[in-house]
Write a protein that binds this ligand. Structure first.
Ligand code: NAI
Ligand code: MG
Length: 500
């Protein structure tokens, strides 16, 4: 299966990159070339920013920003319908581009359509909320707040949920009335280019959404530092997030950052072991372990550790690892040769430092090609080991044990990250105590990873700041304007009137 041949999507049209460069696309399950994608550079970014600014030009009166929310909602709904229509085709493209099992990719497409629908509802509701009164202590003044689109936004996204992470930004940005430039990851841009085709087909006005594929330093960096881009929303690694923040800081451009994680999952001795084991597996191995919120540090009560780890190891050996297109696949390859090498290197360092590889840590024997890593569980780790501290972004779970709640919390919070955390226990009061003590933007109780577009998503510490999804996600793309009017007939009276 090959990918469609596409160009950059600028001003509502396909456009060849100025430098005519392209990036090869490799199927991570087969290591075969399946086509290529265009590589934008600074020149293309300039053209796209001009187009986005024109889409917001106010003199026409019918521009995207000043149109009603209901008007914008119609396009969001049309995009959702088209995504649903193309679901199986898009899911296949996602699977061969980033390696996620086809069933997961199909689930992503439902979430993509659901997210566009959700922000269509929000956009419709916006018109009534546009002008919110502010009560003042002086009757001589009346005040209200206008929430206005922030302007042209740059959206830079990663490869683990290529179309879904793009949608988490595109849908609220468009609902708010912004014009956007989306720069997906060079490792998985194929479905984002199909989103461009969807926008073309539904007749989205030119410039409202431009999609520029390309390399981070060549296409992402000029977007982050562009003087006419009013805001950057980024999801990806902490290192790149920090670079983007520095670039944006030069011109005091606001950013929201959804960065890496090394999230803990606390498991107490009162649990049902099989239920706990399944959530631990899902929390760490779903999407082939490439999830920013993966609960990749298992913090388990000593008394059940041996039995739980035994079950987990058996479970790991029983799941189907295969080409993502095969039915029943539960673990596909990681996204690229580079990621495969990085993961194997981290595992080998842990082994050399004295950690025990309980299962996995190798390529599955039955697969000779592709960037596959068996689900891996590592015990006997110390809190100073790289494998315990750094985001692996692969199917690797590290384990430490505790005996008291205080020890559990200390282990959980001993990290620079703060995206998510999970707690598994039948004692709901204990869950509540843990929830309050965990330093994270998201806490799952008796589960790990479920995500709903109604609920806020984002982290603390080096996992970034700002919240996506829900009403919070919309606020990322709105700017608050205070309007205060003097309503009294009396003169203000501060300066004595001069004698005329
Ligand atoms: P990355 O963070 O560099 O890439 C994310 C996005 O940023 C891509 O679209 C990329 O093109 C863009 N980018 C890269 N450099 C840029 C720059 N200087 N200015 C503007 N945009 C730039 O992630 P990468 O290199 O693909 O993966 C490396 C590691 O990052 C992974 O091993 C994983 O640990 C972590 N990662 C974390 C993610 C998360 O959601 N927490 C997502 C992707 C990667
Ligand atoms: Mg790819």
């Amino acid at each position: 299966m090959a990918i469609p041949h596409r160009q950059l999507f600028i001003d509502g049209k396909w456009r060849e990159p100025v430098k005519k460069k392209r990036i090869p696309v490799v199927n991570p399950a087969t290591e075969e070339s399946i086509g290529d994608i265009p590589a934008a550079t600074e020149e293309d970014v300039d053209i796209a920013v001009d187009s986005a600014r024109r889409a917001l030009a106010r003199n026409k009166g019918k521009d995207w920003a000043s149109a009603s929310g209901a008007h914008r909602a119609k396009y969001l709904r049309a995009i959702a319908a088209k995504i649903t229509e193309l679901k199986s085709e898009l899911a296949k493209l996602e699977a061969i581009d980033c390696g996620k099992p086809l069933e997961e990719a199909a689930w992503d497409m439902d979430d993509v359509a659901g997210c566009f629908e959700y922000y269509a509802d929000i956009a419709e509701g916006l018109d009534a909320k546009q002008k919110a009164p502010v009560s003042l202590p002086m009757e001589t003044f009346k005040s209200h707040v206008l929430k206005e689109p922030i302007g042209v936004v740059g959206l830079i996204t990663p490869w683990n949920y290529p179309l879904l992470m793009a949608t988490w930004k595109v849908a609220p940005a468009l609902a708010a009335g912004c014009a956007a430039i989306l720069k997906p990851s060079e490792l998985a841009s194929v479905t984002c280019l199909e989103l461009a085709e969807v926008c073309r087909e539904v007749g989205l006005p030119p410039g409202v959404l431009n999609i520029l594929t390309g390399l981070g330093p060549e296409a992402g960096a000029p977007l982050a530092s562009h003087p006419h881009v009013d805001k950057i929303a980024f999801t990806g690694s902490t290192t790149t997030g920090s670079k983007i923040m520095m670039a944006a800081a030069q011109i005091v451009k606001p950013v929201t950052l959804e960065l890496g994680g090394k999230s803990p999952i606390l498991v107490f001795e009162d649990v049902d072991l099989d239920k706990a084991a399944e959530w631990i597996m899902f929390g760490c191995f779903w999407t082939n372990g490439q999830i920013c919120s993966a609960t990749s540090r298992l913090v388990v009560q000593e008394s059940i550790a041996t039995e739980l780890l035994d079950r987990l190891a058996k479970w790991c050996k029983s799941i189907k690892i295969s080409d993502p297109l095969e039915e029943g696949c539960r673990l596909g390859p990681v996204v690229s040769a580079g990621q495969y090498e990085k993961i194997m290197e981290l595992i080998s360092t842990a082994r050399n430092e004295g950690a025990t590889i309980l299962c996995g840590g190798v390529r599955p024997q039955h697969l000779k090609k592709g960037y596959f890593v068996e689900p891996t569980i590592i015990s006997d780790v110390t809190t100073s080991m790289q494998i315990w501290r750094e985001e692996v972004f692969g199917p690797v779970l590290c384990v430490k044990t505790f005996s008291t709640e205080d020890e559990a919390i200390a282990l959980a919070n001993d990290t620079h990250y703060g995206l998510a955390a999970a707690v598994i226990s039948k004692d709901l009061e204990r869950c509540e105590r843990m929830t309050k003590a965990l330093e994270a933007g998201i806490v799952w109780v008796n589960c790990s990873q479920p995500c709903f577009c109604q609920a806020p998503w984002g982290g603390k510490k080096r996992s970034g700041f700002g919240r996506e999804l829900g009403e919070w996600g919309l606020d990322n793309y709105l700017s608050v304007k205070q309007v205060t009017q003097y309503v009294s007939d009396e003169p203000w009276g501060w300066y004595p009137r001069p004698k005329l």
